[in-house]
Design a protein around this ligand. Structure first.
Ligand SMILES: Cc1ncc(COP(=O)(O)O)c(C=O)c1O
Length: 370
């Protein structure tokens, strides 16, 4: 008997084939115009993305890390300031805090949503706190109502790290529209991904938008007129053209991801596996489908043996890693994040995934834990 086919962790090939003609035609137009940086596609994408997210402004930048960094710079957060965030995320979220000279303050997450626990934020607020960076992890919106209540009470800025969650909603509002800024990554694996690097800052503040626009382009208010130290963090025409095409079908693609997730929920929920929770009021964009099981290692081994892609997001809370030794946190500070390290595993999820592929992943898991 031939062995069933494996399932890749992510397969973008069908998507690429379906949109390449339209994309290549747009690139040809850019070539004919000779405009490659901050040209008409970037401007049009910024307008379309702002309309989609529901903000007054959207500013294209080079990647999601820069979107976070430039938000902190635009808010004039720096040395002597503290920023509260989650230890259970990709490193960029906290890395940017040190990049502006401020200090990260980590608080643990909720076991069910994997997002920052609002009940723990208030205790971490000090006289130095300037901002909170919640992450809409794996595409699941953080509890922005609770977070904003605490932020308003203490006069703190909220920077949404929406890198993994373009299109997700909390209480009928898109992520990226509820904080002072929303920060997105268009890394190819993201819900809205380009074929290279890209990022976006969304905001309703005219002042912050102007500051980010300037900072992304060497602090220049006009050509060769530099008001402050900035950087080169611009979105290019090639990626912006692709993002314009992909934005048109984003909601359809999120619905397809949700269908994959529902099929997993149905099969895996019956096996004693903890499936991702969905927001009570809102929608999960399912950038990742991450399960919890005490038999995680057996599941991972079986998936590997059957050529099924998977990933461990995330094995160790950031606050306990070498880079933050100076902050002297211990495992007891993050019981939930620490416990997840041995139990989580992310499974393949993408809009073009077939029902048979999902079923194949479930069968392999079923055999592994039975
Ligand atoms: C939660 C989170 N924040 C920020 C980033 C940074 O985005 P980029 O890789 O585009 O710099 C990522 C990317 O993986 C992410 O997952």
């Amino acid at each position: 008997m031939t062995k069933p086919e494996g399932v890749p962790y992510l397969d973008l090939s069908r998507e690429f084939n379906s949109l390449k003609d339209e994309w290549f035609a747009m690139i040809s137009e850019s070539g004919a115009r000779g405009s490659w940086i901050l040209g008409p596609n970037v401007h049009a994408f910024e307008k379309e993305a702002a309309d989609f997210v529901g903000t007054r402004h959207a500013i294209g930048v080079a990647n999601g890390t820069d979107a976070l960094y430039l938000s902190l710079r635009a808010l004039r957060i720096g040395p002597g300031d503290e920023v509260i965030t989650t230890p259970y995320t990709f490193f960029s979220t906290s890395e940017v805090i040190d990049m502006v000279g401020a200090t990260p303050v980590f608080v643990d997450i909720e076991a069910n949503s994997f997002n920052i626990n609002p009940a723990l934020i208030e205790r971490a607020v000090s006289e130095k706190t300037r901002a909170i960076i919640p992450v809409h992890l794996f595409g699941n919106p953080a509890d922005m109502t609770a977070i904003r209540t605490i932020a308003d009470k203490h006069n703190l800025a909220v920077i949404e790290d929406a890198a993994q969650a373009f299109g997700a909603q909390h209480d009928r509002q898109r992520v990226g529209s509820m904080g002072i800024t929303g920060c997105f990554s268009f890394y190819p694996t993201k819900v809205l991904g380009c074929y290279g690097d890209g990022g976006l800052v969304t905001t309703n503040s005219d002042e912050i938008a102007e500051a980010v626009r300037k900072l992304r382009n060497h602090g220049a208010a006009a050509s060769f007129q530099h008001d402050e130290i900035g950087m080169n963090s611009r979105l290019d025409e090639v990626q912006a053209a692709l993002l314009r095409i992909k934005l048109k079908t984003l909601d359809k693609n999120i619905a397809a991801r949700q269908r994959v997730a529902s099929q997993y929920d149905e099969r895996l929920g019956n096996m004693g596996i903890t499936c991702p929770t969905r927001p009570q009021q809102g929608s999960h964009a399912f950038n990742l489908y991450t399960i919890r099981s005490t038999k995680r290692d057996a599941i991972r081994e079986a998936l590997m043996a059957n050529a099924i892609g998977n990933s461990t997001c995330y094995p160790e809370p950031l606050a306990l890693q070498k880079v933050y030794e100076r902050l002297a946190y211990t495992a007891a500070d993050f019981p939930v994040s620490v416990s997840l390290g041995d139990e989580v595993i992310s499974l393949p999820v993408y809009p073009d995934m077939s029902g048979q592929q999902v079923e194949r992943v479930c069968q392999v898991i079923e055999q592994a834990i039975s």
